[in-house]
Design a protein around this ligand. Structure first.
Ligand code: GLC
Ligand code: CA
Length: 559
């Protein structure tokens, strides 16, 4: 099978199924709901969908805890619904990327249930068990912490042993050093490829190989162990085998979730001749407004731009970048990267679209981003649904009262729940998401911010996304061009140039809610240029010194 690398000419729309569209009134998004919106997705101009997990799951972490890899979550529908969905996508020229969550399973997965039966059970070694430390083994085997807070180990009474869970207790880590586990993963990947899926987003894939002996980790602002399980000793061997034995036989693509990845490591995973993954999700740019990846701070804008420049240059000609600002784990991009946008919500959202969509790589649009959905105004900690919030609260335990305010402040900015409120389809009951009681509260701004409204408005963010996606997919300069940031003397602007075969694309983005003076380098003093994209609806011809309006952004082509 020839691998066409179709992902280099793609734009992907991410669906978080629980919050996308509910077809049967139980308040939970489902597959028939997705099917009812396939024309909408097609209308965006995207040619692939990444679907967050839709497998059988007790939903401790909304599907990222899988209890059956080969079947569909009861609330979402049946395998037949899923088949109808993928057929509907393929008919419309849309490929389907499934989530592959194989660092861990649910504790309700058959393998773990068997493993619990005792040390001699054949499935015991599918997971990572150890004796505890201390006299009675009542202290966890090492000091690693779970990503959700607290020890990464859970004690199991019956055997007196502990099992490793880098996420919640209900997400035990698989033991990838066991060849049987690797075989199981190969088989289930093949199962879905044979059913027609076009690729996988590989959940926390950089964690699958743990350092032998599971040594204690260094203290790193309360987090411990990372250095022993991120990019672990056998990761490249395991991914290469998955590629050679399964993936390479299909015209599919992969994107690995790779927190903490550097360019050098990024190339280890994605350089074409290494035959591992095709692309990775990096995190450096979304960490530019945090301290220690958690505590919110003001966006370090200079650094933000530098990160893009480094990755654009670093992977050029060798790998392929992923371009995203939002997903189901990140708060909404509006406000986050734009500051307070006031009356300029539309311009600000379009500006972010320009900034991202004109870079080289594979862009992702997360559900709701195309209509400029915003963070939810949570009032207190009880309103959050995320297992992460529950965990942090539990771990803080007795300290909860004095700390509750601070924790709430952090989550009000950073919580994953912001991205998970239901999709806003119209201004009717429950934003058109469900006829029942939605599983998550709907953002009260749905009366103004919704798809139906955006359809009516020629200048909507939605229509701008349609325009820019179409433009991007038809532009050889965006696909292939060399990326070079240029200096305008203003700290409020993000400007870059893409050049390819004598053509130059000039991308100008004002990230601020104020007028900003722009002086272009002399080499740009062209009279012959065309305005290709602009987030204000008038023709702005000159390309020299100009005063940009709040968030004003444009793309010029010089031939
Ligand atoms: C990834 C997912 C996140 C999930 C975690 C554990 O980071 O994106 O939603 O909680 O993995 O599976
Ligand atoms: Ca439903």
């Amino acid at each position: 099978m020839e691998r066409t690398r179709w992902y280099k000419d793609a734009v992907i729309y991410q669906i978080y199924p629980r919050s996308f569209c509910d077809s049967n009134g139980d308040g939970i998004g489902d597959i028939q709901g997705i099917i009812s919106k396939l024309d909408y997705i097609k209308g965006l101009g995207v040619n692939a969908v990444w679907l967050s997990p839709c497998y059988k799951s007790p939903n401790d972490d909304n599907g990222y805890d899988i209890s059956d890899y080969r079947d569909i979550m009861t609330e979402f529908g049946t395998l037949d619904d899923w088949k109808e969905m993928i057929a509907g996508m393929h008919e419309r020229g849309i490929k389907l990327i499934m989530d592959l969550v194989v660092n861990h399973t649910s504790d309700e997965h058959y393998w773990f249930q068997e493993a619990l039966k005792g040390k001699n059970n054949p499935y015991r070694d599918y997971y990572i068990w150890r004796k505890g430390r201390g006299k009675n083994g009542k202290r966890p085997p090492n000091n690693w912490t779970s990503r959700f807070g607290g020890s990464a180990w859970a004690y199991e009474e019956a055997s007196g042993e502990w099992y490793l869970h880098l996420f919640s207790k209900k997400q035990p880590d698989l033991n990838w050093d066991n060849p049987k586990v690797r075989e199981e993963v190969h088989a289930l990947v093949k199962y879905w490829l044979d059913l027609g899926v076009d690729g996988f987003r590989c959940d926390v894939i950089t964690y699958i190989s743990k350092r032998e002996g599971l040594p204690n980790g260094k203290w790193n602002i309360g987090i411990r162990g990372d250095e022993h399980f991120t990019h672990g000793p056998h990761i490249h061997e395991y991914l290469h085998a998955l590629n050679k034995e399964v993936l390479s036989n299909y015209d599919c693509m992969t994107v690995g979730e790779a927190s903490g990845v550097t360019i050098e490591q990024g190339l280890m995973y994605t350089a074409e001749d290494r035959e591992e993954l095709d692309t990775v999700f990096t995190f450096e740019h979304v960490n530019c407004d945090t301290i220690a990846q958690l505590l919110p701070c003001k966006l370090r804008f200079k650094q933000f731009k530098k990160v893009f420049a480094r990755w654009q240059a670093g992977l050029r000609g060798k790998g392929w970048n992923s371009l995203y600002l939002e997903n189901h784990d990140q708060p909404r991009s509006l406000g986050r990267f734009t500051g307070d946008y006031g009356e300029h919500r539309k311009e600000a959202a379009k500006m972010l679209a320009i900034a991202m969509q004109c870079q080289q790589g594979l862009p992702y649009v997360y559900q709701g981003q195309e209509i400029g959905m915003t963070n939810y105004p949570f009032k207190n900690l009880d309103e959050y649904q995320d297992v992460l919030v529950a965990y942090v609260r539990k771990v803080l335990g007795v300290f909860e009262k004095p700390l509750a305010k601070l924790v709430h402040k952090v989550f009000l900015i950073r919580a994953r729940d912001h991205a998970r409120t239901p999709m806003q389809w119209d201004s009717g009951v429950n934003a058109g998401f469900t006829s029942g009681k939605p599983w998550m509260p709907i953002n009260p701004n749905y009366v103004d911010i919704n798809v139906a409204e955006a359809e009516q408005d020629e200048d909507s963010i939605l229509n701008f996304y349609r325009q820019i996606i179409k433009y991007r997919l038809g532009s050889d300069v965006i696909r292939n061009g060399l990326y070079k940031e240029f200096n305008t003397g203003s700290k409020d602007l993000y400007c870059y140039e893409r050049s390819w075969e004598g053509k130059r694309l000039i991308v100008i983005c004002n990230f601020k809610n104020k007028e900003v003076e722009l002086t272009l380098p002399n080499s740009f003093a062209y009279s012959e240029c065309s305005l290709e994209l602009h987030n204000y609806g008038y023709d702005r011809k000159e390309l020299k010194k100009m005063t940009l309006r709040p968030y004003e952004s444009m793309v010029y082509l010089i031939v």
